[in-house]
Design a protein around this ligand. Structure first.
Ligand code: 13P
Length: 251
């Protein structure tokens, strides 16, 4: 695996003014030689702002969701081709908040990943277990089922994916998986990807769930943790920059 990949997921936050301030803080604070890859995923309405403020900078941008349809009469949806039009490098698919609040199935998530790949946008496929599933000893089974659906659908393009392990109980709760707990699941995912593609070393597996300036270094030091998907801490430039710094330090 090459440089660590640190992705901010702003979720449903931001204004034109706040985004401009946050991005200026990020761009000013990034060391010229920072060795991590960095991206931010914003609400769709702000993607054009990201394109205009981030083009030509080391920070890539992406969306938080994409339609499973190609085009046409799907009111309110945003297609993968539209994301490509705004030069998005990434799109998050299957975030637990979409699985939970919008009833997204493994099959729907897989179709979204396929749509993104077909347009040259890298899907960041999120998988993760609930607390009840972890306590029932189902963690490996759940994450493998979620990822298997995507691998089955995208086939030989599996090597183009980014995968994010986000335990649902750790998202926005301040409760982080220990580095050992996260590493154990990442190793399971790594093995599953390796069984599907000879190019598995290309696939970054990110950890997400209350990652912050204080715990990032220990998580990112794990052999199969290739980066982070950061929610709350991505909304404050100094916090996000500390995580990027930690990613550079363990490279
Ligand atoms: P938090 O970092 O706020 O826990 O969110 C994680 C997440 O869901 C990123 O996609």
């Amino acid at each position: 695996m090459g440089n660590k990949l640190i992705v901010g997921n702003w979720k449903m936050n931001g204004t034109l003014a706040d985004n401009a301030t946050l991005l200026a803080g990020l761009l000013n604070g990034l060391a010229a030689d920072h060795p991590a890859r960095v991206a931010v995923c914003a609400p769709a309405v702000y993607l054009q702002q990201l394109q205009s403020l981030l083009q030509g900078t080391p920070v890539a941008w992406g969306a938080q969701d994409v339609s499973s349809h190609e085009r046409g009469a799907y009111t309110g949806e945003v297609s993968a081709a539209m994301l490509r039009d705004l030069a998005c490098r990434y799109v998050i698919v299957g975030h637990s908040e979409r699985r939970q609040y919008h009833g997204e199935s493994d099959e729907l998530v897989a179709t979204k990943a396929q749509r993104a790949l077909a347009c040259g946008v890298t899907p960041i496929v999120c998988v993760g277990e609930t607390l009840a599933q972890r306590e029932a000893g189902q963690t490996d089974m759940v994450v493998k089922r979620q990822l298997a659906s995507v691998i089955h659908t995208v086939g030989h393009c599996t090597s183009e994916l980014v995968v994010a392990y986000e335990p649902v109980w750790a998202i926005g709760t301040g409760q982080t998986a220990t580095p050992e707990m996260a590493q154990a699941v990442h190793a399971v995912l790594r093995a599953q990807i390796a069984a599907a593609t000879s190019n598995s070393a290309r696939v970054a597996i990110l950890y997400g769930g209350s990652m912050n300036a204080a715990n990032a270094a220990a998580l990112l030091a794990q052999p199969d943790i290739d980066g982070g998907l950061i929610g709350g801490a991505s909304l404050k430039a100094p916090d996000f920059l500390s995580i990027v710094g930690a990613a550079g330090a363990v490279h």
